[in-house]
Design a protein around this ligand. Sequence first.
Ligand code: ZN
Length: 338
Amino acid sequence: MTNPQHLITRIGHWLLVFLPLLASCSLRGGLAAESTATPLPASPTSSATRPPAPSPTATLAQPTATPAPTSTLAPLFAPVDPTASPAGPPPAHFLLVGRPVPPHASLSVVASYRYGSTNERRYDTHHGVEFANPANTQLLAVAPGTVLWAGDDLAAAYGPSPNFYGFLVVLQLDETWQGHAVYALYGHMLAVAVAPGQAVETGDLVGYVGQSGVALGPHLHLEVRLDNPMDYDSTRNPELWLRPLPGTGLLAGRVLDSRGRPVRDARVNIACEDGKRRFADTYHDDTVTPDDVFQENFAIGDVPVGECELSVAFVGGTVKEPALVNEGELTLVEFIEP
Ligand SMILES: [Zn+2]
């Protein structure tokens, strides 16, 4: 950093890469305080902490969330009985069967600011994922559903403050997951193209990419919420719900310390057969919620099929884990601090 040229290059890189892309889902007052690491809960406690705001000008369809059943943590990471028959892939739930942008657009999420990350402490903990696309890019329904909300959030508090998402669309998916209502939220839109109560099929136009609300540049901010669509704390990692692109699968898992507690802000480096460098950072804090089943603290989608090697650098040394990515499937990996 003492080399001026390096500094200029670094600033230029930051401006080029981050400013145009990222939402300011993070400009609301600095980073959340680092919390003491505690074991991940066995079941979510997504309680509504904000009263639903009155509907302003449009009709707000009533959510039909059903009571959440008691979550059972499947022993996906438990030692495997070598005498047992192969268990098969974990039960992924790719309810978002379509991508939110057309095939010619940028279809994968921005790597530097995944769900639960802070982009190396530049922003607040991210409650969604970004799709970096130019303003006016079409936004499409990710699954069959009903439009719960389409409009601004000046009066309806979907985020931590009014006008956080600007123009947004919230879809309630037709399909539920283990009794949970599932919602997809599109934020920072230029304009909406649907109305509350409208039914949509996968791929239907719902609006256009913009930078309304608290956003630094045009992009789509996509969230998945369970049960309470108004609750900023009800999100889950969208990468766990997006059906992998053809020829790819999903990697997710946990990075734990030697006492079994989740490690915050750990970088998982991923080297696969295509030679491209990938990474995912573990969740920064408890403002984001692990999946009810997987209890992960990192996930990375659209990883090409084949053998990969994942590595995490702990204070006590680097741990490497192999992973086989299968098309359209989830592969879980666990790291434990040595
Ligand atoms: Zn965002």
